[in-house]
Design a protein around this ligand. Sequence first.
Ligand SMILES: [Ca+2]
Ligand SMILES: [Ca+2]
Length: 210
Amino acid sequence: MRVKAYDRGSPVKEGEAQIGIVVQRNQFPPEFLGGPYTQTISENLPNNTGIYTLRGRDQDLQGELRYEVLGISPAPLYFRVNPTAGTVFTRDDLKKDRGLTYTLQVALYDSGNPEERVFTEMTIFVNRNENAPTFSQELYQRTVLENSGLGGLLLTVQATDEDERDVLRYELTDDETCAEFFYVNPDTGALHLKKLLTETSRARFEVRPP
Ligand SMILES: [Ca+2]
Ligand SMILES: [Ca+2]
């Protein structure tokens, strides 16, 4: 646009200028990058531990992005998000609950006028250890010949754990002589001879729970 000013003198004289108006519009909503999000954590995490940082952007950002937890219950009781950094933190003792999966719904706002927003969900899996492993039998027994060869499979112990994600490992816990003559595969529970029994006069080996 042009604008003109003139006097009322005689003769009339005038000056001219240009006017430029820039209209700032909020054309683009913000967006989350890389979602949907998942994270697996331990139930033992202390309060205020950062577990993940959400990332957002806005093509015509005029101020700052703002993150806010909106749901979904009970996730907001245990998790919060830093409004400017987007980092998700624990906010309470997870042992107060027994949930294994939490869905945290987070909104992202730009600072436009009017404000635009977008939502995302973060799924948080919590590892809990509520059950001790149990063996399939209280006693495993096997008689072997004194001259049994090394490495042969004597028996296999087997335990299960009701905590789905727990991975079990086996270990001999009794006296040193047992550990000297026998070996248990930590992954499979298979018990093998690792030293010839002719090298001891002992007739009975017992491995008991601690
Ligand atoms: Ca925007
Ligand atoms: Ca367990």
